[in-house]
Design a protein around this ligand. Structure first.
Ligand code: SF4
Ligand code: FES
Length: 378
């Protein structure tokens, strides 16, 4: 680290328009993945934004300058009005991406979404084979339905991204997961290591990969990237707990992205509600443009002025923006702390111990949950 000039914070930066919006249409979902990014307390159907409310949010997002909307959940296809929502987003000129588990929609339903202007499908898979996949997702028959759905996506001519969340229980199957995605004719495969907050933190003992697993998987991903160059793009990043420096999470808090929850709360990060003590405005109370520019939660960690040491005087602060705020809060109780993934954080050693499986019972780094059992969301 070196001393660097301060005073180049958000006040002196021009606020850019957002690039993308995550629309969490519902928390309802037939799957119960133990690393679900939804909050521990799920929104009821009766509290969800209505069709017209979502259509208005899409109009406001497009007017603000957003280019893409990711239609997500829970499971967005649980909403009967999804064709109308796709049409509304498409009508505002937004690029529409459906993030789905692929187990609820029929072939006709998918054709209808394509007709309404759907641009892209992102399908989650839990493992390379049904037994593991259905144990992780907690839905019998789910894997076969996903494979059928993927074939329909390709038949309709929509581009397909496969998203595989990886962890201790499936990381050794990475070669097969890659082969499966390639066989499904995915354009892109996102291999995403679990992020430990919310449900995943409850299940950390069962999900945390060993250092040996991570090393093998990184080599598998590297080789597959080279072998499949020009055929399928593979995104793979070394998991946080096994890294020495944090990633620039969300490309910066309130910088390019916002999420809208099923009940209309607007968040600078999809997991921001895990940070207790932060209040969030709702599209039911405030215009989206006001929230983007003035909301306290959005401005709290924009830029670098909020930083404490060691980030505050670190030469890398503009590059990684101090890492992930949600992870800093989950592991230290202070959302303004340096992300413990960073080797300069006073909590880094404890994190390394967790990654190595060496934490002591009763210590603050003790792994929540059990190594063999999942705590499923209901
Ligand atoms: Fe520096 Fe903070 Fe980034 Fe660590 S997280 S490299 S201390 S800016
Ligand atoms: Fe929220 Fe990183 S997941 S800031």
């Amino acid at each position: 680290m070196t001393e660097a000039n301060l005073g180049n914070g958000q006040a002196e930066r021009a606020l850019k328009p957002p690039l993308a919006m995550l629309a969490e249409l519902t928390h309802r979902c037939p799957l119960q993945c133990p690393y679900c990014s939804n909050p521990l307390e799920l929104t009821r159907r009766s509290d969800e934004l209505e069709t017209e409310e979502w259509a208005d949010v899409f109009r406001q997002a497009a007017a603000l300058g957003a280019l893409q909307v990711h239609l997500s959940g829970g499971e967005p296809t649980a909403r009967k009005d999804l064709p109308a929502l796709v049409a509304a987003a498409h009508g505002c000129g937004l690029y529409t991406n459906l993030i789905t588990a692929g187990v609820l929609l029929s072939r006709d339903g998918l054709v209808e979404l394509a007709a309404q202007g759907l641009d892209h499908v992102q399908l989650s898979i839990q493992d390379s084979e049904p037994v593991g996949a259905e144990r992780i997702g907690h839905l019998q028959g789910g894997h076969a339905r996903k494979l059928a759905f993927a074939a329909w996506v390709r038949e309709t001519g929509l581009p397909l991204t496969v998203n595989a969340v990886v962890h201790r229980q499936n990381l050794d199957h990475l070669e097969d997961i890659i082969a499966l995605a390639h066989g499904l004719e995915a354009h892109r495969l996102e291999i995403a290591h679990v992020q430990y907050y919310g449900w995943a933190l409850q299940n950390r003992a069962a999900l945390m990969p060993t250092p040996e697993q991570v090393e093998r998987a990184s080599a598998v991903a590297k080789k597959a990237r080279a072998d499949l160059r020009g055929k399928m793009v593979i995104d793979y990043v070394v998991p946080d707990y096994h890294a020495r420096r944090p990633k620039r999470c969300m490309d910066g808090w309130g910088n390019q992205f916002f999420a809208v929850t099923p009940r209309g709360r607007v968040l600078p990060c999809h997991a921001a509600e895990t940070i207790t003590g932060l209040g969030f405005s709702s599209v039911r109370e405030r215009p989206l443009a006001w929230i983007w520019e003035h909301d306290e939660a959005f401005n709290k960690f924009r830029g670098v002025e909020w930083m404490q040491e060691p980030c505050r005087s670190c030469e890398f602060r503009e590059r990684d923006l101090g890492g992930c705020r949600c992870q800093a809060f989950a592991l230290t109780g202070d959302a303004a702390a340096t992300d413990p993934v960073c080797e300069f954080s006073q909590h880094h050693e404890a994190l390394t111990a967790v990654a190595a499986g060496g934490c002591e019972a009763g210590s603050e780094t003790e792994l929540p949950g059990s190594e063999s059992r999942f705590v499923y969301r209901r």
